[in-house]
Design a protein around this ligand. Structure first.
Ligand code: 13P
Ligand code: SF4
Length: 348
């Protein structure tokens, strides 16, 4: 073994020895060494979402984070190509911010049920029904949908983005649960015009302002129930329950904390409690334990994000070796979508 191989293996083993068998750590370390060598040769940067599997997460990304942090890194990087270990809408956001650079995603199968829930035409129709009302789209949307919106948001800044608009009514797309959770936090009333006729007078003076929502859902977070939380609390009375805001409002209300994936990681790092239940993609629990060996995570791993799980070390090596799979965004869509993403990046 070369010095680099030994160092990579030892680093991974220090983090993952309680999570995976040694032979698997060795195998992952070998792949990581090849990837990191090629990354250096090509002048590439690897961005890795918090949901990446622990072997990948702890060995190859130059930057790790939630959707907001990775968008920021994508906006600032000087490297080319950008390899995005996350799902397609994230890689597209990197391309929107870097139209002249090559952006690669290791698997074409890495979609997202939220991003698939709405089209650019749906946004156009909503604009017609609510003329003059600003449109906020969650970062979990494709470039053509972002291009139709005024500003993007992530789970970490949704409330700040809505408040920045200073508008009595805001169209907030496409996540129904995130919209309901944000509406509750802001004390706002939310309507879903697909279900009900639009109120005669949308801007009711008795209601501070409305959110206009859409029925998109995350196929992972919609699976968690209040019953799950109650059962776990009965069995483990000390447990702290941490829910991503893509969970239903009832689940979020039954949790002890809700926030973006990075906000959840920070919460655990700063908390003295020992036991946690994460209501989000369960690879993240392994990633947190690897960095915080004194903490214990209960996991509801029966539901995994099938899209995030497509991204492997093997595919990332292929991505760098064969320059695949290149993300493309038509120029006009890229330009309009960039305005919405750039505007979001000015909000803290
Ligand atoms: P974060 O922006 O909180 O990382 O969430 C991204 C995501 O896809 C959650 O399912
Ligand atoms: Fe999309 Fe849900 Fe997977 Fe996140 S966890 S990428 S929102 S399907």
């Amino acid at each position: 073994m070369s010095i680099i191989q030994t160092k990579t293996y030892q680093n991974l083993r220090d983090k993952l020895k309680n999570i995976m068998p040694d032979f698997e750590i060795q195998q992952k370390a070998e792949l990581a060494v090849k990837i990191n060598r090629l990354k250096k040769e090509r002048g590439a940067v690897i961005l890795g979402h918090n949901y990446m599997e622990p072997g990948l997460y702890h060995s190859i990304p130059d930057f790790k984070g939630d959707s907001f942090e990775l968008s920021r890194q994508a906006a600032q990087t000087q490297c080319d190509p950008i390899i995005f270990c996350g799902v397609r809408f994230m890689a597209e956001t990197a391309k929107i911010l870097n139209p002249e650079k090559t952006v690669l995603i290791p698997s074409l199968e890495a979609g997202c049920s939220l991003a698939a829930s709405i089209t650019a035409n749906d946004v156009k129709q909503l604009r017609k029904r609510f003329p003059g009302v600003p449109v906020v789209t969650y970062i979990n949307t494709y470039a053509d949908v972002k291009a139709e919106s005024d500003i993007c948001c992530t789970s970490g800044n949704a409330q700040a983005v809505i408040e920045s608009l200073n508008s009595q009514t805001v169209i907030f797309l496409p996540d129904e649960y995130l919209a309901k959770n944000v509406a509750r936090e802001c004390g706002k009333h939310i309507i879903f015009p697909v279900d009900k006729p639009i109120p005669q007078k949308l801007q009711d003076p008795n209601i501070e302002y409305h959110l206009v929502g859409w029925h998109g859902k995350c196929e992972v977070h919609e699976e968690f129930t209040v019953e799950d939380v109650e059962n776990v609390r009965k069995q483990f009375p000390e447990v702290l329950v941490l829910a991503h805001p893509e969970c239903s409002p009832e689940v979020v209300e039954s949790a002890d904390f809700s926030g973006s994936t990075t906000a959840i990681i920070r919460f655990v790092e700063n908390s003295k409690a020992k036991n946690y239940l994460l209501l989000t993609e369960c690879s993240m629990a392994d990633n947190i334990v690897a960095e915080n060996p004194d903490k214990e995570m209960l996991q509801l791993c029966s539901v995994r994000c099938p899209h995030m799980n497509q991204i492997t070390l093997e595919d990332t090596l292929d991505a760098l070796s064969h320059n695949q799979y290149e993300i493309t965004v038509p120029r006009d869509i890229q330009r309009r979508a960039k305005k919405a993403v750039d505007r979001m990046l000015t909000i803290h």
